[in-house]
Design a protein. Structure first.
Length: 94
């Protein structure tokens, strides 16, 4: 068994820690980005999830809403300047 499989942190989220704040998460549809999105939602942050894959981004939004926060998905690739500018202009960043 690898060390990665043995490591299992048990850090409890702090409710309302980010209440009233909005987090913009790039790559928030899966992997580490999704885990960060879930944790921030558990701690009360509203989410703007930016990802280049619409379906998993919408799934992440649904999961965040189920945790009681506002969330919206924005389709974009952060390696594209045009996509970043479009996401910012459409309201992902207050």
């Amino acid at each position: 068994m690898s060390n990665t499989n043995r490591y299992s942190p048990t850090i409890t989220p702090t409710p309302f820690r980010f209440h009233g704040k909005t987090a913009l998460i790039t790559g928030g549809a899966r992997g580490i980005g999704r885990a960060i999105a879930v944790r921030l939602a558990q701690e009360g942050a509203n989410l703007a999830i930016v990802d280049k894959d619409a379906a998993p981004a919408e799934e992440a939004v649904t999961q965040a809403i189920e945790l009681g926060v506002q969330a919206e998905a924005f389709l974009g690739d952060v390696s594209s300047r045009e996509d970043v500018e479009r996401v910012v202009k459409t309201g992902a960043v207050p």
